[in-house]
Design a protein around this ligand. Structure first.
Ligand SMILES: Cc1cc2nc3c(=O)[nH]c(=O)nc-3n(C[C@H](O)[C@H](O)[C@H](O)COP(=O)(O)O)c2cc1C
Length: 159
């Protein structure tokens, strides 16, 4: 399976998740992980699975990843399986009612990424997924890299 993981990252945690995902499936797949700035549309040729990820900032993906996906021509992901992920802070650990309400209304980055992937013709193979970090700068919460690896391995195993 040809797999592309495209991501952005402000503090490196989403990048670490993306690279862990790549390494988890590299033995059985032709897989690359690229930051938004290194993406070019040629990478979509013959692609089986596109995984896109971003940190959640202000309940949204980073502009780079939204811009990249928005810039793709219509139907350019037709025939491509797609999945979206984000990194986020565990709301249960923050314990702030106003923030709980905001998250309830506005959510996290993975869902808008998921919608963009579908808008470009992609076929969803997973619900939008989030992986926890301990704070703005990280680190990645214990066990989350392993969960991310298992998540992508399952997607890459769908033939
Ligand atoms: C300006 C800013 C806004 C943020 N807003 C949110 C948010 O709305 N929800 C959330 O769960 N985390 C939020 N965070 C925490 C980020 O999700 C966290 O920094 C990110 O997952 C770390 O990934 P990165 O190292 O790849 O940037 C915010 C962080 C920053 C700097």
């Amino acid at each position: 399976m040809k797999v592309l993981i495209v991501y952005d990252s402000a503090f490196g945690n989403t990048e670490m998740i993306a690279l862990a995902m790549r390494d988890a499936i590299t033995a059985n797949n032709e897989v690359s992980a690229v930051r938004t700035g290194d993406f070019n549309p040629e990478m979509l040729k013959g692609l089986d699975l596109l995984v896109a990820g971003s940190p959640t900032q202000k309940f949204r993906p980073l502009k780079n990843i939204s811009d990249l996906l928005n810039s793709l021509p219509r139907k350019s992901l037709a025939g491509v399986r797609v999945a979206a992920f984000d990194t986020r802070i565990d709301i249960k650990k923050v314990n702030n009612k106003a923030l709980n309400f905001m998250v309830f209304i506005f959510g996290y980055a993975a869902k808008p990424i998921h919608r963009l992937l579908l808008a470009k013709g992609g076929t969803a193979v997973a619900d939008p997924e989030g992986f926890f970090v301990e704070g703005t700068n990280g680190p990645i919460t214990m066990g989350e890299s392993e969960r991310a690896k298992a998540w992508v391995a399952k997607l890459a195993g769908i033939h």
